[in-house]
Design a protein around this ligand. Structure first.
Ligand SMILES: Cc1cc2nc3c(=O)[nH]c(=O)nc-3n(C[C@H](O)[C@H](O)[C@H](O)COP(=O)(O)OP(=O)(O)OC[C@H]3O[C@@H](n4cnc5c(N)ncnc54)[C@H](O)[C@@H]3O)c2cc1C
Length: 428
């Protein structure tokens, strides 16, 4: 298997940098901390531990960025889905404020790591826009703008003219430009974080699924098929790709599919008529459509829901419909990449911090907003392990793991709803 085959035919795998050389774990070894999962959370945690001289081993079931980190849509959006006041309602005012401030200002964390390790991942601070078409959509845009600006975040309400100039069409009546945001090649970001962690002394073993994690007299023992790591502390950073390693963890998130497509590269002239400033858009609608002009000049279109099962079904032709509606000037340009992934929705759609046993920390539940949040999540875990973040300073409350009742039924009803929405989208 080539190093990135585990990701399937995604745009990111097709345009990735060379991954660092890694091998499966063989035999027994000791470390200070063992981390399960090599996505943004595990890799950011490894960096923030290794820079303090902590001996870290990361064990990854497949390859670096195999989960959401290597498959996502590349929208670097600070904050979470919920508006800041909703977060304060869920976490209480003081923790909610700490959460909003920490998670709302995370672009700089990502940018800092990209600069520090000189990661070639096309990070661009383009902003992103939240657009509204119906009266309800316009109200949603205005309400979100009111909430974020009241918090002092750098957001701006745009009129129809400016929206049209940024999107490249006149479909929307209102938009909010979030200037804190940008775009990235997420897999290259993950590969670069891995290089960074290795350069600081961390070890990463790929093709090393942890089959068993247990506390022993010597510390936490993480066993793979061909070896084991024993460490004082253990971290689980497996988000939506969690298996049955830790009881109840997988069941604490609802798995939701996400489907992305990317065209072949556009000519420069055509490209300048579509999302000319490369500002990604997503729509205030029951099921949002995401439009993105990636650095390689391809239009990327994505939506919630797993990739279509059958060729030429309405689901399969749905990206073509979006292209025709938004950017008819591209004609029948071919789609070169189609891929999918799973996001893990927590019950309130906020990231989760669990400490279910002494010496074990879990950070997950990024609910589809993880480029910034999981990078911060990993840093928070590292700081707690290093003892540099007290409970009262932690932006994430430590909570017990709570399996979500009927989660697969919920997942199935989301998927059905999403598919119904995609069929309805064909109506004029
Ligand atoms: C299709 C898609 C689109 C998205 N779009 C965006 C976006 O535009 N912007 C944004 O901010 N976020 C987006 N997200 C969310 C974001 O990608 C995730 O929240 C983030 O990547 C989570 O990072 P992580 O490191 O916690 O988990 P992951 O990246 O999922 O990594 C978990 C890793 O754990 C490994 N693993 C699991 N079990 C074991 C085991 N037993 N032993 C060893 N390893 C194990 C997996 O193989 C995997 O590599 C999207 C997600 C998807 C799937």
């Amino acid at each position: 298997m080539k190093p990135l085959d585990h990701l399937g035919p995604s745009l990111w795998a097709g345009t990735a940098n060379e991954p660092p050389d890694t091998v499966p774990l063989e035999g027994e070894r000791r470390a200070d901390v063992v981390i399960v999962g090599a996505g943004f959370t595990g890799l950011s945690c490894a960096i923030h531990l290794a820079e303090a001289g902590v001996d870290v081993v990361v064990l990854e079931a497949k390859g670096i960025g195999h989960g959401g980190s290597g498959r996502n849509m590349g929208q670097v959006n600070p904050g979470v889905w919920a508006d800041p006041k909703v977060v304060e309602g869920l976490l209480g005012e003081a923790t909610g404020r700490r959460f909003n401030e920490a998670f709302g200002g995370t672009y700089e964390l990502v940018e800092g790591l990209v600069k520090r390790f000189d990661i070639r991942c096309d990070l661009m601070r383009t902003g992103n826009i939240y657009v509204g078409r119906s009266s309800k959509g316009v109200r949603a845009v205005e309400a979100r703008h009111a909430q974020l600006s009241a918090y002092g975040f750098d957001v701006e309400l745009l009129d129809e003219e400016r929206t049209a100039a940024i999107v490249g069409n006149r479909r929307y009546r209102a938009a909010m430009l979030d200037k804190r945001a940008g775009n990235i090649h997420p897999l290259n970001y993950a590969l670069g974080l891995a290089e960074g962690a290795i350069s600081l002394g961390a070890t990463i073993h790929t093709s090393s699924r942890v089959r068993r994690l247990a506390q022993t007299a010597d510390g936490w023992r993480a066993e793979t098929d061909r070896g084991a790591v024993t460490a004082e502390r253990a971290v689980i950073a497996t988000d939506a790709y969690s298996d049955d390693l830790w009881p109840g963890l997988k069941r604490s998130m609802v798995p939701i599919g996400t489907y992305a497509t990317a065209t072949v590269p556009l000519s420069d002239n055509l490209r300048k008529t579509i999302l000319p400033q490369r500002t990604s858009t997503f729509e205030a609608a029951p099921i949002s459509t995401y439009l993105h002009m990636v650095a390689s000049n391809r239009i990327m279109i994505s939506i919630l829901g797993y990739p279509p099962l059958f060729k030429n079904s309405p689901f399969d032709r749905w990206p073509r419909l979006q292209l025709r509606r938004h950017f008819p000037q591209v004609g029948d340009i071919p789609f070169e990449f189609k891929w999918g992934g799973t996001i893990g929705l927590s019950d309130d759609h906020l990231p989760r911090l669990h400490e279910p046993a002494p010496g074990l920390t879990i950070c997950c539940g990024f609910s589809g907003r993880g480029i910034t949040s999981a990078t911060l999540g990993g840093k928070i875990v590292a700081e707690r392990i290093r003892g540099t973040m007290a409970d009262e300073d932690c932006p994430l409350p430590v909570k017990p793991i709570r399996p979500i009742p009927l989660r697969l039924l919920r997942a199935a009803s989301y998927e059905l709803g999403i598919r119904a929405f995609r069929v309805l989208a064909w109506l004029p």
